[in-house]
Design a protein around this ligand. Structure first.
Ligand code: TXA
Ligand code: MG
Length: 336
């Protein structure tokens, strides 16, 4: 049930989810969404990677609303999103030489750079860290929202913590209706996996999270770029990476040696190759390329949950290019 309120494309949903306490406004207008942000509300919006859940990066109360709405652990920092490159100086104390090169080549786009933080940015946004992750999205609706807000937006992915990120406004709605001020509706996120995160605070840039901008592409710009060394029990460089992530309710298994131990109506399959002859699944998706696999993965996980699938088989791909990000997310979803 929808009742029209302010303008043609804006509506309030009449029935918030159980336990919810706020009205969630659905809108296609970046200006309407920006008005909510300026009032200290939190608003989900489309980006080319996944949907984000945004708040004014300088508004502590709004930042705290994000942690509550997502049930996000307090030690996991947010990425700050900017409309223009010159806004980076509102957030970062300095732009290191490697960061300057990456920014010149890949902004706007699916890349996040970690820089030394300006003291003006609340520690709530960075979960106590003195560094800040910055990204300039390419998506037109995200850009329009950021411009209309006139401030950078702190925005994690718009999902309940631990669930797959949302690649459609409908998934945002399923997770967060009644918990957030609004949703800026757009189409499906074209990339489908979260941005590449590269720590540029040290001498050597470190890849903290793989994404659509590949390690190979980063190395073309700064050849010394390395994957982050993950040490057990060490303080995580990227706190978010220690949490279980991106998981459907179903068990996720990586297909090893082409073998599918059991199949049937409560199982799912996704990959770039057809499943072995003689197998059948409740849901199956054969993708044309690793890029399409990346685009489909989270939507497929969510579809499996809706269909009460208990086991999802994911075919592995070569961990190069977008394949590195894809295998990273599949491994995390499979608890490896
Ligand atoms: O594509 C994306 O990056 C999406 C869209 C909305 O921009 N955002 C996103 O945010 O995926 P989130 O919060 O789900 O993931 C951000 C990751 C986390 O792993 C977090 O720990 C890391 O970036 N991060 C944020 N600030 C950091 C910092 N100062 N140092 C190291 N890692 C940081
Ligand atoms: Mg996330």
């Amino acid at each position: 049930m929808v009742s029209r309120v302010a303008g043609r494309s804006t509506s309030y949903e009449a029935e918030p989810a159980e336990g919810a306490s706020v009205k969630t406004l659905l809108t296609q207008s970046p200006r309407v969404a920006a008005r909510l942000i300026r009032r200290g509300e939190i608003v989900a919006f489309p980006t080319e990677t996944v949907y984000g859940l945004g708040a004014d990066v300088f508004n502590e109360r709004a930042l705290k609303k994000i942690f509550a709405a997502k049930k996000r652990p307090a030690d996991n920092p947010f990425i700050a999103h900017v409309a223009e490159k010159n806004e980076i100086s509102l957030l970062a104390k300095s732009i290191t030489p490697a960061a300057a090169l990456f920014i010149r080549r890949f902004f706007p786009g699916p890349l996040t750079v970690v820089l030394p933080k300006k003291p003006e940015v609340p520690l709530t946004a960075t979960a106590g860290l003195h560094t800040i992750a910055v990204r300039m999205p390419r998506h037109p609706a995200a850009r329009a929202l950021l411009r209309a807000c006139g401030v950078p937006l702190a925005a994690p992915s718009a999902n309940i913590s631990g669930r797959p990120s949302s690649t459609t406004w409908q998934s945002v709605y399923a997770d967060l209706n009644g918990r957030i001020g609004g949703i800026l509706k757009g189409g499906r996120s074209p990339v489908g996996l979260e941005s590449t995160v590269v720590d540029c605070t040290g001498r050597v840039p470190r890849l903290l999270r793989a994404g659509a901008i590949s390690l190979e592409q980063l190395r073309k710009i700064v050849p010394s770029t390395r994957p982050a060394v993950v040490r057990k029990n060490a303080v995580a460089r990227s706190p978010g990476m220690k949490y279980r992530h991106y998981s459907p309710r179903a068990r996720v298994l990586i297909v090893a040696g082409g073998r599918i131990p059991h199949y049937g109506s409560t199982t799912g399959y996704i990959g770039t190759r057809r499943p072995p002859a003689g197998t059948d699944f409740g849901l199956a998706k054969v993708c044309r390329s690793p890029a399409e696999y990346a685009h489909e993965l989270y939507a497929f996980f969510r579809k499996c949950d809706e269909a009460n699938i208990d086991t999802v088989y994911c075919q592995p791909v070569k961990p190069a290019g977008i394949g590195r990000a894809l295998m990273d997310r599949i491994r995390r979803a499979s608890h490896l």
